[in-house]
Design a protein around this ligand. Sequence first.
Ligand code: FAD
Ligand code: DHB
Length: 386
Amino acid sequence: MRTQVGIIGAGPAGLLLSHLLHLRGISSVVLEKRSRDYVERRVRAGVLEQGTVDTLVEAGVGGRLLREGLPHHGIELRYGGAGHRIPFEKLVPGRAITVYGQQEVVKDLIAARLEAGGDVRFEVEDVAIHSPEDRPYLTSGGERLDCDVIAGCDGFHGVSRPSVPPGVLRTYERDYPFAWLGILARVAPSSEELIYARNERGFALHSMRTPEISRFYLQVPPDADVAEWPDERIWAELKARLETVPGFALTTGEIIEKGVTPMRGFVTEPMQYGRLYLAGDAAHIVPPTGAKGLNLAVADVRVLTEALAAFFHDGSTGLLDGYSEACLKRVWRAQHFSWWMTTLLHTFDSDDDYGRRLQLSHLDYVTSSEAAATTLAENYVGLPFP
Ligand code: FAD
Ligand code: DHB
């Protein structure tokens, strides 16, 4: 069988790419190793930048997002016994974020692909990439798929990046000495907006999904095991880190999901090799504090769609050749922002009193200077697309 674009991975990057290519009249096949049920239930990101929302709406897959997503016009930074609001409506007028679960985006994209007769295959085994330099093809479970181009959208642990011969890609990496324990709870949010809390016990984040479901994260040791975190311990720790301002009480409820995520920054350069193009987590990872991972995947896919449209419609390769360079500017900006948010809000075992005072001084600056707060706000809602 043959297709124009063979896409590995049915995460947000692969599914959105398949959908955007379809809108341009370009065929694709998506190969996903997990089941449809698994990818639709995988709880991950929740914060969509303005540009991500606009992209999904313009592509005709934003109906439920606009109905059910929760627009937010600010976030709170909580530390030193007080909360400080970063008001997007004042600092970056007309731009906001929308809280809408990643798995809802994935459900909407799968529904749109299937409704349009798209070829999305789940539970495919042992996908392998062959001759990415020229005349590439994919194999899986004894079947062969010839492609003009391959898009590696298979996340950080996929097969695409390791298929590039050694010595071609340069990688940049930083591991953080902690992880995040994330939970989903059947309880109304205790705050209308997200709370990023810096605490001597470690960072905590209060987020939400719907008016009935809350999402929380706790900074935990890098080797933490969910088995060490029974529900009572999680609620006690969330209370200790979040109930630090007068009048704030955390409402607890049934915990319906728990997971531990390691924290790392990672970039591969370039994001392409021959006819293989990497997009999303396959090419880069950010620590989640800046809520940038999903949004970067969308940004890559926008660039790749334009480049592929130029290639298939008039044979020009200029945009494809420049794909990596076009993406990496935004990737590195997001790396810096995510590193900055992470160091601003987490505790580090290596910190001495001097380091702690620097962190508090910087938080005071961000929450009292309009220029500093604007820097945070414009990066958090996402810089406009070029
Ligand atoms: P993925 O979502 O990882 O999709 C890759 C797909 O490829 C998967 O379905 C996988 O099963 C499949 N696959 C892998 N290997 C193979 C193979 N060999 N063959 C076939 N298929 C394969 N980002 C934000 O923007 N905002 C946030 O608020 C945010 N919060 C986060 C919170 C947590 C707890 C986590 C874990 C992440 C968060 N992120 C956030 C990051 C975000 O979830 C990722 O950046 C996003 O999932 C990247 O999408 P992707 O499509 O590139 O990769
Ligand atoms: C969520 C995740 C993040 O990484 C973040 O910075 C904010 C919110 C969330 O899952 O809701």
